[in-house]
Design a protein around this ligand. Structure first.
Ligand code: GLN
Length: 491
């Protein structure tokens, strides 16, 4: 059993050497043999997935060709796939089943991809480690004693462990990029609006985006072309310029590409091992003739505060709908207010409650101007920093996280320490601009990601740049030790 990439499997399916049914059976076999240790998966419907796989095989036999036809995909369990649970990693959703398909899921299904599982996550996508899931948290396949990163923990682990070559996560402030960097996979957070949010459970609506995850940028491009574009069900959605360049993705010539290294992202907080991996990665770009420049994004130091004020404010408003009346679990208490209070008290975990309280505080009379409004203004300043930087460079290269995957428990009792892990992933979402994380190398046996950030609608250029890097480097091809012959690492 080998771990396939989307591109390799695409070729096998098109040549008739592989069948979708065999790939999907392979996904279930891996899930059955590995997931009791990795805990990436919360739900499957094997019969349904196999039926979809057989349909895809029939389409392939009839000569149909399209990038994701017949490929298994894993969906973060805050996305709606009709008939299946949408737990959002929370107890409060017990018993809720999706009544419809999210637009991104619908587009995958129409193109013939086969969803195989719903993946674990931090509760309502709030977290950076995966530990805030109400269920057993997912483990990092590179070291089972470490977190995989969050909040799209299960989606990233599923790709890293070869359950499927593609997965969808969501990224509000880093949730596909941070786990991608901890688990050595590639993940894109598109320009805000390029992927429809219809059917993605809202966390912080002005920041939420769906993010595709795969082994490489070329694999992401295969799914991204199918997913992207305006959706009448999401008024913030827009078409993606350059979508025709995704299939097949071509490498970008690096000669003359102006790459900015923001000073503020390379300060003292960066672990030395991460710094040297990044220096080597930047050298790869430089050797190809890229023009590497230092730039400044002076308001970066306000990004964490700004993000956590805006995010919690939006969370407190969005999550008020989970009251026991319309969705999931309902407590049995007498009066309506008691029922709502008890449902929320028992159904929501500590991080979600913390954010609802903080957000309600920020929005309350007398504090709104001092916190929420001020944060909105800071958001504009952060956005302007990027605008100014992109006057002199084409793209920015930064760390994804100050460190590598940390041991379970290292930050879960210290919310501030957990929030600081997001220092480099929250600024770009505040500006609505696209960014990706891709494997850059290793320190002490653990993966390190590099983040590329581009101006709005440069999504395809980001993928092309990542594709060039991946054609020059082997890091994204490295698989976790548990796949190496003779190693069992507790699996
Ligand atoms: N780690 C960030 C947070 O906890 C980002 C979460 C996300 O992107 N969904 O808010």
């Amino acid at each position: 059993m080998t771990v396939g990439t989307a591109k390799a499997w695409r070729e096998g399916l098109d040549a008739g050497d592989l069948s979708s049914e065999a790939l999907v059976r392979g996904s279930f076999l891996r899930i059955r043999t590995m997931d009791d240790r990795l805990h990436a998966i919360l739900a499957v419907d094997e019969d349904r997935s196999l039926r979809l796989a057989r349909k895809a095989d029939a389409r392939l036999r009839a000569g149909e060709r399209s990038p994701v036809l017949g490929l298994p995909v894993v969906l973060k369990d805050n996305l709606h796939w009709s008939g299946l649970q949408v737990s959002c990693g929370s107890r409060i959703m017990d018993g809720y089943r999706a009544p419809y398909d999210a637009t991104v899921v619908d587009r995958l299904l129409t193109a013939g991809a086969v969803p195989v599982a719903k993946a674990n996550l931090d509760e309502f996508a709030m977290g950076s480690s995966g530990e805030f899931s109400a269920f057993t948290p997912a483990c990092n396949p590179w070291d089972l004693a470490r977190v995989p990163g969050g909040s799209s923990s299960g989606s990233v682990v599923a790709v890293s462990a070869g359950y499927a070559p593609l997965a969808l996560g969501s990224d509000t402030g880093g949730s596909v990029r941070l786990p991608a960097s901890f688990c050595n996979v590639t993940a894109l957070r598109p320009t805000y609006g390029v992927l429809s949010r219809h059917g993605l459970t809202a966390m912080a609506s002005s920041l939420d985006q769906v993010g595709p995850i795969a082994a490489s940028a070329a694999d992401i491009a295969m799914a991204f072309g199918v997913l992207a574009g305006r959706d009448p069900m999401d008024s913030t959605s827009v078409d993606l310029p350059g979508v025709e360049r995704l299939n097949p993705l071509q490498p970008l010539k690096l000669k003359g590409l102006r790459i900015g290294l923001p000073t503020e992202y390379f300060g003292d907080g960066l672990e030395p091992g991460v710094r040297s991996v990044l220096q080597a990665a930047v050298q790869v770009f430089a050797e190809q003739g890229a023009d590497i420049r230092e730039v400044s994004l002076p308001h970066t130091r306000y990004a964490i505060d700004t993000y956590y004020l805006l995010c919690t404010s939006e969370v407190s408003s969005n999550l008020s709908r989970f009251d026991g009346v319309r969705y999931g679990h309902r407590a049995r208490s007498g009066s309506l207010t008691d029922m709502i209070a008890e449902t929320r008290d028992l159904g929501l975990g500590p991080e979600v409650k913390r954010r609802i309280l903080l957000g309600a505080f920020c929005l309350s009379k007398g504090y709104y101007d001092a916190f929420y409004l001020k944060a909105l203004r800071a958001r504009t300043l952060i956005t302007r920093d990027f605008d100014r930087a992109f006057e002199s460079v084409d793209i920015l290269a930064t760390p994804v996280s100050p460190g590598t995957a940390f041991p379970f428990g290292a930050k879960s009792d210290d919310p501030l320490a957990m929030y600081l892990a997001d220092a480099f992933t929250v600024p770009a979402p505040l500006a609505g601009i696209p960014c990706l994380s891709m494997p850059a190398g290793f320190t002490e046996g653990l993966p390190v990601g590099i983040q590329l950030i581009g101006p709005a609608f440069s999504d395809v250029m980001l993928l092309e740049t990542a594709h060039t890097f991946q054609s020059l480097t082997p890091h994204h091809l490295e698989t976790p030790p548990l796949f190496r012959t003779g190693a069992n690492h507790g699996l």
